[in-house]
Ligand binder design. Structure first.
Ligand code: GDP
Length: 207
């Protein structure tokens, strides 16, 4: 199984978000965490994430449609060492505005380098999602770089976040199927919730 994704649009503010009825799953992570490689691995495509990298789009939210009901929102990478502070604040504002306001956001996939573990930004993001009741799918990236004995330490680093990560590698494919299942599972359960509300007799009477 692969996620059949196609790029739809970029947006910097809510007015530019696509008007669709799709369950959105957002991908977030520090620059260089392996987010582009992960997006390509999930989609089984070599260059899908290149669209998010073209000039003018690296600081934007990039929306990808997947099948008929799901969408992936590639959030701008944060934590660039050389990014001026004002620019970093602008990127954070674009991301926060989406995470705080989007009604269609059904899960956040939070990518963390397995050898680094979650930092302040990731802990804050996870706490914010908990507050709004949105599931977090934690992903430990680049697990092919871990020796066997280092795996337990990598898992332990995620304890502070309160979410057990999916151990993944875009290089050898570890965890990618599991991650796809988790993404589709979150989107499906939110869809069922929406359908259940829309099918209540009260709503039918209103139509
Ligand atoms: P992004 O900045 O988060 O989009 O990260 P990229 O996907 O561009 O990856 C950053 C660097 O990490 C590149 O040099 C990739 O080749 C490398 N990388 C990405 N994923 C993996 C992985 O699963 N394993 C290893 N060993 N390297 C990876």
């Amino acid at each position: 199984m692969r996620l059949d994704a196609r790029f739809v649009t970029s947006a910097f503010e809510p007015g530019g978000y696509p008007l669709w009825d799709r369950a959105e799953v957002a991908l977030a992570g520090r620059s260089n965490v392996g987010k582009s490689s992960m997006l390509n691995a999930l989609a089984g495509a070599k260059n899908l994430a290149r669209t998010s990298r073209t000039p003018g789009r690296t600081r934007a939210l990039n929306f990808f449609a997947v099948g008929d009901h799901l969408a992936i929102v590639d959030l701008p990478g944060y934590g660039y060492a050389r990014m001026p502070r004002s620019e970093a604040a602008r990127v954070a504002a674009i991301m926060n505005q989406y995470l705080d306001r989007s009604e269609r956001l059904t899960a956040l996939v939070l990518l963390v380098d397995a050898r680094r573990g979650p930092g302040c930004e990731e802990l804050e993001l996870a706490a914010r999602m908990r507050e709004r009741g949105t599931p977090v799918i934690a992903v430990a990236t680049k697990c092919d770089k871990l020796r066997r004995a280092e795996r337990a330490d990598a898992l332990a680093r995620f304890k502070a976040m309160g979410v057990a990560p999916v151990l993944c590698s875009s290089v050898d494919g570890e965890g990618i199927d599991e991650l796809r299942r988790r993404i589709v599972g979150c989107a499906r359960s939110s869809r069922r919730a929406v359908d259940a509300v829309e099918k209540t007799p009260e709503r039918d009477d209103l139509r």
